[in-house]
Design a protein around this ligand. Structure first.
Ligand code: GDP
Length: 300
């Protein structure tokens, strides 16, 4: 975790550092506030949250009068945390509370890191002593099932898969059936979620969801978003949120971007907490999203 924090800090601190530098200027004139606003927008914080934050910072800086670096750091930390929110439940629900396994469906546009995230999550769970079955319901991308199976073999989880181009819903159904038969703790289902059209997506994911729910409740629907895609990611998020009831967000590729502000924008937009972050391609590069650690990394 320390290593992950360091990695996050390396890639992220340009936002926090930039803001601190600007706030430390002797004269906070209109130009400086505009620069602060720009810094936040460039980091993908989003228009409404940026305005809200700038307003609060202006007010607090005014009340503060003279500003020591420590005071500014504390103030910025508090306001960023306020924006991100610290009281959301960010645990991934992997305890069904029933005899049957917990079922987690992973959705998102191809290339965002869905399959990798599913594999990493399996690894975390297995390392925690839980038994996992993987459902390779991404039958659209030819290599997805192989990729997931490789993850499964690596971490020690069975992968249920079907023929290439097969019906995702029937694979999801079989995966849950297998999970029940094996008395597994968790079934993770990787989906295709092609964003060809909204009705197409709805048909596909809706069917997977309905079929899985024949066995019992779906405990978690994680939406995977690539942090480097900025506004595009938000557009995707909106469409997915209309189609399925997303319960958590995974932001991937946060290691490769200074655009950590997307954490704020996407939560505000969907009202759904970021639960996990992807910080690299390796098996250990998945971390729980912790607002305090994230903001500390941002500020540096
Ligand atoms: P999918 O099509 O959504 O299933 O995407 P994949 O899981 O195949 O991931 C697409 C690419 O992104 C692969 O090259 C992954 O190794 C890479 N990737 C996934 N997550 C991360 C991450 O958190 N950081 C980085 N740097 N790369 C990632």
């Amino acid at each position: 975790l320390v290593r992950l924090r360091a990695r996050l800090a390396r890639s992220q601190n340009s936002l926090g550092k930039g803001l601190l530098t600007l706030l430390s200027r002797e004269h906070l004139d209109e130009d400086t506030w505009e620069e602060i606003e720009e810094t936040l927008l460039i980091a993908d914080v989003g228009v409404a949250p940026t305005q809200e934050l700038v307003e609060r910072l202006r007010e607090r800086v005014r009340v503060l009068g003279t500003r020591t670096p420590d005071e500014l750091r504390t103030l910025l930390r508090e306001e960023l945390l306020n924006l991100i929110g610290t009281d959301a439940d960010r645990t991934v629900r992997t305890e069904s509370g029933l005899e049957t396994p917990a079922v987690v469906m992973v959705v998102g546009v191809n290339g965002t890191g869905k399959t990798t995230t599913t594999g990493k999550l399996a690894r975390v769970l297995v390392a925690d002593g839980r038994s996992v079955v993987l459902g390779a319901a991404d039958t659209f991308r030819a290599a997805a099932a192989d990729q997931l199976q490789t993850w499964g073999e690596r971490v020690g989880a069975r992968t249920v898969r079907g023929p290439e181009g097969g019906d995702p819903a029937s694979i999801a159904f079989d995966a849950v059936k297998e999970g029940i038969a094996e008395a597994a703790d968790v079934v993770l289902i990787d989906t295709a979620g092609r964003l060809h059209t909204k009705t197409g997506l709805m048909d596909e994911l809706g069917k997977v969801k309905r079929v899985v729910e024949k066995h019992g409740p779906l405990d978690e629907i994680l939406l995977v978003l690539d942090a480097t895609t900025g506004q595009n990611g938000l557009v995707q998020a909106r469409v997915f949120a209309e189609v399925v009831n997303i319960t958590g967000i995974v932001l991937t590729k946060l290691d490769g971007t200074a655009k950590g502000g997307i954490v704020v924008a996407v939560q505000r937009e969907l009202g759904v907490p970021v639960k996990l972050v992807g910080l690299g391609e390796g098996p250990d590069d998945l971390a729980p999203f912790e607002p305090e650690a994230f903001v500390d990394a941002l500020i540096g």
